[in-house]
Design a protein around this ligand. Structure first.
Ligand code: UDP
Length: 412
């Protein structure tokens, strides 16, 4: 089954104040040739994680510039998500693959879902592996099909990659975040397009320090104590345990430091709860470690407040397709530390706009440096903000999609 996601309204004109005028003009020009085109985005969840984050802005902006865009999510039984999480992990390099019964659940759910797709679309954009087989079961339906891969597939479990490959080959084109992620043996046209954040969303709009303080004080964060922060799903690849270990090292030098780990539970991520429990256990009974999730009412505004208030923002991932949280941190001009993996190095220029780290110890050292050098830390944050402005805001992503649609349309 597919369920429509309601996205509200966004207006490209509002973005004129944050991106350069030629970009807005280019978007309007491209959109002119695509007026009324029917676009369907499909993914697995409307809540939690980067894909949902992107579509909440991309879809209404596509509508605003004249396309008939919609977003639907695949709805399936729990076992389906257990299998697709294995697929996700395997594509990021895990040895564990799918057994025959898991493959059958995956295939059956895609087949059943394909029956509710309907017709009349010009472009169908399928995000990530969960709905990947829709193209196979639905046929082309007269649409151009695009597979958008958001994950780090640079060193996949080959068995799982080979299982999926024939289904990807059916698409008109595939989009990856980095060139390194392109599947070996893929013969369809590919494009490398980075994701983006919405600078005007509740999560990223400017918040005054007073407002940020006020919001986080409701979670017990005092205004005068240094705060380390990681925002991410409770997922081993995000390495929250490593962040806790780094915090413990920093704590020896900076006794007043606190750590906040904020992680939502995505509906398509059945691993989330067990890893949440492991994270809480790893933190032990240290009351200076705050572990929060959407179940504590941490929504977009609260995430914004935590990011705006933090003294150091960490994303210590060991695999990361892109890492929207890095762009979010830099957009707030924050001292930012990221794992030296996947899409993070394209966002952080090491030593200029933040730091890239390969270990817990290095992460702790960089945190302490930031806490010791607040002025330089601020300068680096500001450099990072301009890098995000030039490369990772939604209007650029919208432009890239419109360009792609225009090219595909011209191919007939
Ligand atoms: N996020 C959130 N609340 C949380 C945890 C994460 O709103 O408790 C958001 C985060 O701000 C970012 C997205 O979820 O916008 C995560 O995207 P990212 O690309 O960093 O990682 P993914 O979850 O897609 O692997």
């Amino acid at each position: 089954m597919l369920q429509e996601v309601h996205v509200g309204h966004k207006f490209l004109a509002d973005y004129q104040s944050v991106v350069v005028r030629p970009l807005i003009e280019e978007i309007r020009e491209l959109a002119e040739g695509l007026k009324g085109a029917r676009v369907l985005h499909i993914n697995a969840t409307s809540f939690g994680g980067g894909v949902a984050e992107i579509l909440y802005t991309l879809v209404p902006l596509m509508r605003d510039v004249g396309l008939d865009a919609e977003w639907r999510i695949i709805m399936a039984e729990q076992e389906f998500y257990e299998g697709t999480k294995i697929t996700h992990n395997a594509l990021q390099g895990n040895a564990l693959g799918l057994d025959d019964s898991q493959k059958k659940i995956y295939e059956d759910n895609n087949r059943m879902t394909s029956e509710s797709l309907g017709k009349g679309f010009d472009f169908i954009v399928v995000h990530d592996p969960q709905p990947l087989m829709l193209r196979h079961y639905a046929g082309d339906l007269g649409a151009k099909w695009i597979w958008r891969c958001h994950i780090d597939t640079s060193t996949p479990n080959e068995e799982v990659a080979q299982y999926l490959l024939p289904y990807i080959q059916l698409y008109d084109t595939a989009l990856f975040t980095l060139k390194d992620y392109v599947f070996k043996g893929l013969e369809i046209p590919i494009k490398v397009i980075a994701p983006a954040i919405d600078p005007l969303s509740t999560k990223n709009m400017a918040l005054s320090p007073e407002d940020a303080d006020y919001v986080v004080s409701q979670f017990g964060v005092e205004p005068d104590r240094p705060l380390m922060l990681q925002i991410s799903r409770f997922d081993p690849w995000k390495d929250p345990l490593g962040v806790i270990d780094a915090y413990k090292i920093v704590k020896k030098e900076f006794a007043s430091v606190r750590l906040a780990l904020v992680g939502s539970m995505a509906t398509d991520d059945p691993e989330g709860w067990s890893f949440f429990t492991r994270t809480v256990e790893h933190a032990g009974d240290d009351s200076d470690v705050l572990i929060l999730s959407n179940l504590n009412n941490v929504g977009n505004l609260e995430v914004n407040a935590f990011q705006s208030r933090a003294d150091v923002i960490i994303q210590k991932s060991t695999r990361e397709g892109f890492g929207l949280t890095i762009s979010e941190a830099l957009w707030k001009a924050k001292p930012t530390i990221g794992g030296n993996v996947g899409g993070i190095p394209s966002q952080i220029v090491d030593g200029k706009s933040g730091y890239l780290v390969d270990s817990v110890e290095q992460c702790a050292e960089r945190c302490m440096w930031f806490l010791d050098n607040p002025k330089k830390a601020k300068e680096m944050g500001r450099t990072g903000k301009e890098h995000v402005r030039a490369n990772y805001l939604t209007p650029r992503l919208l432009r890239d999609y419109l360009k792609l649609f225009t090219e595909l349309k011209a191919k007939g």
